[in-house]
Design a protein around this ligand. Structure first.
Ligand code: NAP
Ligand code: MG
Length: 499
């Protein structure tokens, strides 16, 4: 069994006290690797290395082009390991090999490349209008790196989240301390190996595994950290924001969701039914933007639901390492208990269980849950308001589109959502009325590295990806150049001189 180490200051090392534990495969419940248990002291060492690397200018003063050259080498190295990473991700996170080999790893690497390319095109110099009050001056903005950026990531897309936190921060000239989720640390550590092999200077990237309360909290409170970017639950987001307040850190938060899928009467049924199922059951529903509330018009309700209950049977639950499998287990026993608890709650609240609701027959081990669909759901029920983060869909019937939009927006969350209709202008009108950061029309989940992603309301703060996401890793420096060299014209100096 492989034994992993922390990555601090360019070196692989054990936790300060040598403690280790196992990480498990949620499909078999078997241990798959031994990993260190990082402590506050390890986080501090990593932060110091990142601070030193940043302050030395070895990375922050390098041109974007030179940073990109090194990052492209990391990308090359990751590409060489693509298949190995896909297998490891499947084993550690319970993601299907079908998904990790088609999506998580290759698309993650592609996001990395697109972000580096985009950074090379984003001007760090931004002209401002000429200012002639109180006299002529030349003003411009220089975009500068923020400093030491901490990335705290969840267990649902461990490799992709590593890329989303590390790539934009590094390419914009920051240094990074990354904390993977305790349940899924392995591909982030493989990422660190690739970075080291590619010649990333020491201390520019550090990876520390450890609990949220040890390593995570140190990252949020240590005064040497300038920014924290978290992807995780809204509850953790609240804590992180509070912890970061004392040292006024910059924060970006990518949090939970309860996103709406609104089906219109004229939707193409094949696209809409499969789209609604894809929106919910992709990665067993463990996706922050999942469309877990599906609003279906009464006029097509029976036809839509009949098709949905037929199509859901084509989702194949099973061994994640089998390419035929399209849905694996949920990530951990804790998550299994949460999701099955919500299924019981849905029944108690009076929703009607149409399919699923339990561990599939024939599975003795592993945290598998069948694709589960409830209808007769009211938007006020807890299964329609709270993030379940598992394979559970709540179908809500509506009579009038305005009512559907009102219910869609009646949520503390605002991350994603979709509208299915053949009438594109009408769908765009509705998309604009949905208060979330991303709305897909006739699709779901397609996240493009060149477009911003993030949440309204309690789904987050700031944006990741795209130009907006890259600029979240910069400071705005205003430079004012006074072009007047004649003291007699500088009448404003006389605010203090009386001669
Ligand atoms: P979580 O607790 O929010 O964890 C996300 C990350 O934050 C992990 O690395 C975690 O470390 C860390 N963390 C936890 N407490 C922290 C603290 N006090 N200070 C700093 N960092 C801290 O999410 P989870 O436990 O993985 O999942 C719980 C629920 O969150 C899920 O059921 C789901 O509803 C939601 N979730 C949302 C997303 C999303 O993308 N929006 C992703 C995953 C989960 P540890 O792993 O060591 O605890
Ligand atoms: Mg695991």
């Amino acid at each position: 069994m492989e034994r992993y180490q922390l990555f601090i200051g360019g070196k692989f090392c054990d936790a300060v006290d040598g403690e280790t534990r196992f990480t498990y495969n949620p499909a078999t419940e078997e241990p798959i690797a031994e990993v260190p248990v990082g402590k506050k002291e390890d986080a501090r060492r990593a932060i110091e290395c990142a601070r030193k690397a940043f302050d030395s200018g070895i990375w922050s003063n390098m041109s974007v082009r030179d940073r990109a050259k090194i990052l492209y080498k990391v990308i090359e190295r990751l590409k060489e390991k693509e298949q190995e990473l896909a297998t490891l991700e499947a084993m550690d996170a319970g993601a299907t090999i079908r998904k990790t080999s088609m999506m998580d790893i290759p698309v993650g690497i592609e996001h990395f490349r697109l972000l580096v390319e985009l950074a090379e095109k984003i001007p760090t110099y931004e002209p401002l209008p000429w200012i002639d009050f109180p006299y002529v001056s030349w003003n411009f903005v220089n975009r500068e790196p923020i400093g030491v950026c901490a990335g705290i990531i969840p267990w649902n897309f461990p490799f992709m989240m590593t890329v989303w936190k590390v790539a934009p921060a590094l390419v914009m000239g920051n240094t990074v301390v990354l904390k993977p989720a305790s349940d899924t640390p392995l591909t982030a550590l493989e990422f660190a190996k690739c970075a080291a092999e590619a010649g990333l200077p020491d201390g520019v990237l550090n990876v520390v595994i450890g609990s949220g309360s040890e390593v995570g909290e140190e990252l949020c409170t240590n005064p040497m950290v300038d920014k924290v970017a978290l992807t995780g639950s809204t509850e953790t987001g609240r804590k992180v924001m509070k912890l970061c307040a004392d040292t006024i850190k910059k924060v970006t938060l990518e949090l939970g969701g309860k996103s709406p899928t609104i089906i219109l009467e004229d939707a193409d049924l094949d696209v809409a039914v499969d789209g609604a199922l894809f929106g919910t059951f992709f990665h067993a529903g463990q996706v922050c933007e999942s469309g877990t509330r599906c609003f279906v018009p009464s006029s097509i309700y029976d036809k839509f639901m009949e098709k949905m209950l037929e199509r859901v049977k084509h989702i194949k639950v099973g061994d994640p390492l089998d390419y035929e499998t399209t849905m694996g287990p949920v990530v951990s026993l804790a998550q299994y208990k949460t999701v099955t608890g919500y299924i019981e709650l849905g029944k108690q609240e009076g929703a009607r269980l149409l399919c699923g609701g339990k561990r599939p027959d024939g599975f003795e081990k592993g945290y598998f849950i069948e694709p589960t669909i409830f209808d007769n759901v009211s938007n006020q029920m807890r299964i329609a308001q709270e993030e379940i983060f598992g394979p559970v869909l709540a179908v809500i019937r509506y009579d009038d589109v305005d009512e559907a939009v009102r219910m869609a927006n009646d949520s503390i969350y605002g991350l994603g959502g979709a509208v299915f209709s053949k009438d594109i202008p009408k769908a765009i009108e509705i998309a604009k009325r949905i208060r979330t950061g991303t709305v897909w029309i006739n699709d779901y989940h397609l996240i493009n590295a060149l477009a911003p992603f993030g949440g309204y309301k309690q789904s987050g703060v700031g944006r990741e990806l795209g130009p907006h996401g890259l600029l979240e890793y910069t400071q705005i420096k205003h430079i004012h150049v006074d072009l007047v060299m004649d003291r007699s014209k500088k009448f404003w100096y006389d605010y203090i001189f009386n001669d």
